[in-house]
Design a protein. Structure first.
Length: 273
């Protein structure tokens, strides 16, 4: 399939900050069929790019001593055409700048923020590296979802800072969900998680990976040292599960139902995982 059309404000990349890069390569390589290429240590700090069928799908980075005590985590990056302007907008609209815009030689500019509800989110201003080249196919990201404790504030933040044109999928006390874009064109979701996220768990972004067979993927993940956090569950959007890799980084899988990534939204569970 052609490379995804990544518009400003939409998810453009994902990466894993891990305490054990070698273990992560083995786990995700066997689970999703990824190949890996390690970047120059001096220029890119040994950043590892994951590939599926010859197309880039994700990044992996070994944590250093300054990150001791921080959990291993997957991060979603939204595209920005002006990282400095986005950083200013984040602050103006109640967010925090965790890492100011940083030049990645030849590739682009990255930064890390906390949104107005405390969820961490990255941005990527592309140059040579325009973003992932494969989505919504087995072994690639299929959906990105913010689970937030302050739904209204989150929706307004992404509208104001990233120019999101949003669509309300559901607005009931039991299920409030807004998407970036509508229907099959939707690219990400915001879910009201105030009813299930524990007090100690902050608002957070979660990544879904498409798989051909959820149960087979769960069995494989467990055999490789992963854990099942929740599921699997059959839903109108596919068969879903929340997993953790061997060092605790959480992610979701969804069986490919052919309905499109947008139809996989709104699948939060009672644990908030």
């Amino acid at each position: 399939m052609p490379s995804p059309d990544i518009t400003p404000g939409a998810p453009s990349w994902i990466d894993l900050m891990t305490s054990d890069a070698a273990n992560a390569k083995q786990f995700y390589g066997e689970l999703f069929g990824w190949d890996f290429q390690t970047g120059d240590e001096e220029k890119y700090g040994g950043y590892i790019t994951a590939w599926k069928n010859g197309k880039s799908v994700a990044g992996l980075m070994q944590k250093d001593d300054t990150m001791a005590g921080m959990p291993d985590v997957w991060t979603t990056y939204l595209r920005s055409d002006d990282a400095a302007a986005t950083a200013a907008a984040v602050t103006e609209h109640g967010g925090q700048v965790f890492m100011p815009p940083m030049d990645v030689p030849e590739q682009g500019v990255m930064a890390m923020f906390g949104d107005a509800t405390g969820a961490a989110i990255g941005i990527w201003q592309p140059r040579e590296m325009t973003g992932y080249q494969l989505v919504a196919e087995p072994g690639a990201a299929a959906w990105h979802e913010l689970h937030t404790k302050d739904y209204a504030t989150a929706v307004k933040f992404y509208q104001d800072v990233f120019g999101w044109e949003t669509d309300v999928m559901s607005d009931t006390p039991e299920f409030r969900y807004t998407t970036l874009g509508a229907g099959d064109a939707a690219k990400a979701g915001i879910m009201d998680a105030s009813g299930y996220l524990p007090a100690e768990v902050p608002s957070n972004w979660q990544v879904y990976f498409a798989v051909e067979d959820a149960d087979a993927s769960i069995e494989k993940a467990v055999s490789l040292g992963g854990k099942v956090i929740d599921g699997p569950d059959d839903t109108p959007f596919g068969r879903l599960a929340t997993l953790a890799d061997p060092t605790g980084a959480m992610f979701k899988i969804v069986a490919d139902t052919g309905q499109g990534a947008a139809d996989q939204a709104g699948t939060g569970d009672a644990t908030g995982a």
